[in-house]
Design a protein around this ligand. Structure first.
Ligand SMILES: Nc1ncnc2c1ncn2[C@@H]1O[C@H](COP(=O)(O)OP(=O)(O)OP(=O)(O)O)[C@@H](O)[C@H]1O
Ligand SMILES: [Mg+2]
Length: 290
């Protein structure tokens, strides 16, 4: 179970976020980025934040602490912004909180160094959870005290939007050519060797147990929240074992550049690469000019 706190003050909206997350203070004197159950993106976004965030943390990746936050919409009564008022009104009860990292900066691939092993861990993790939201356009990484931190795992695990098709969907490859770390020569094979054995049935059962029942209740095709938890485990467990064989990272060639800016402009010093070393990182073969 995640720690549960109660919101005591709504501080300000974070307008960079599409779901209009807000900074709130809570009764444990913590400050959190709050993601609302009443947001248009729906509660599955929050389920994904919990499962992927907790999984990332258990694998040793830097993801800020997660909590659940009880919200009484009355704390937003003085909020002048209509959109914020409505979001708070629609979100009474349990919401998600992520520890706020004060003074953090958005990750900039042109300004930050990362070795291929560390980049590989993040790309492998994103391949496992099918994260389509860590691109150079929208890195969803923050730099805090000099270290990169992973945030925003709401747009992952696309298979949970169509459970009958989940096995087929989860078997699909992961295209990392737009990934914000694609230019760092991510060593996905090394990451898989290190991290895949850690993704056990037991670990997945533990991280799915952290999702509140209320966000899993009444899922069509399932008779209880635990059955939905089980469905997440059954997809992630086999995917962890083999996804590294199906990760595509852009190849830095004149004819077929990745779409990431570091590959297009010759602004980065050449980085160590692993693409030729095995079958796990394939060069991207795309037809047509992208
Ligand atoms: N833990 C945190 N500490 C500090 N700032 C944060 C934190 N989490 C998010 N932010 C800031 O808020 C912004 C929006 O957060 P996030 O990306 O999680 O929201 P979202 O609504 O899911 O966004 P998106 O538009 O990417 O879907 C981030 O880009 C970042 O600037
Ligand atoms: Mg985001």
């Amino acid at each position: 179970m995640l720690k549960e706190v109660t919101a005591t003050r709504y501080v300000t909206p974070l307008r960079e976020g599409g779901s209009l997350p807000g900074i709130v203070e809570a009764d444990d004197l913590g400050t959190y980025v709050m993601k609302f159950t009443g947001a248009g993106q729906g509660r599955k976004t929050l389920v994904a934040e919990v499962i992927c965030g907790q999984l990332g943390r258990r694998l040793g990746l830097r993801v800020p602490d997660l909590v659940t936050i009880q919200l009484d919409p009355v704390i937003g009564l003085g909020e002048p912004d209509q959109e914020v008022q409505e979001l708070l009104k629609a979100s009474g009860g349990l919401n998600l909180g992520m520890d706020y990292l004060p003074g953090s900066l958005g990750f900039d691939p042109l300004a930050y160094e990362m070795d291929p092993v560390e980049a590989g861990r993040v790309v492998w993790f994103d391949a496992l959870i099918n994260n389509v939201d860590r691109s150079w356009r929208n890195p969803n990484m923050l730099v805090w005290h000099g270290d990169p931190w992973l945030i925003d795992h709401g747009a992952t695990m696309i298979w949970h939007h169509n459970w009958p098709g989940a096995p087929a969907s989860a078997a699909k490859p992961y295209d990392a050519s737009d990934h914000v770390l694609a230019t760092y020569g991510p060593d996905v094979a090394a990451a898989a060797a290190e991290l895949a054995p850690l993704v056990t049935e037991e670990l997945l059962t533990e991280v799915t147990a952290d999702v509140p029942d209320a966000w899993l209740a009444d899922e069509p095709g399932f008779d209880a929240p635990d059955a939905v938890r089980r469905a997440y485990v059954e997809v992630l467990l086999p995917r962890a074992a083999t996804i590294h064989e199906r990760v595509t990272v852009g190849e830095r060639t004149e004819r077929r550049p990745s779409r990431a800016p570091g590959w297009l402009a010759d602004r980065l010093a050449p980085r160590p690469r692993t693409a030729g070393s095995g079958t796990t990182v394939q060069s991207k073969q795309k037809d047509g000019g992208e």
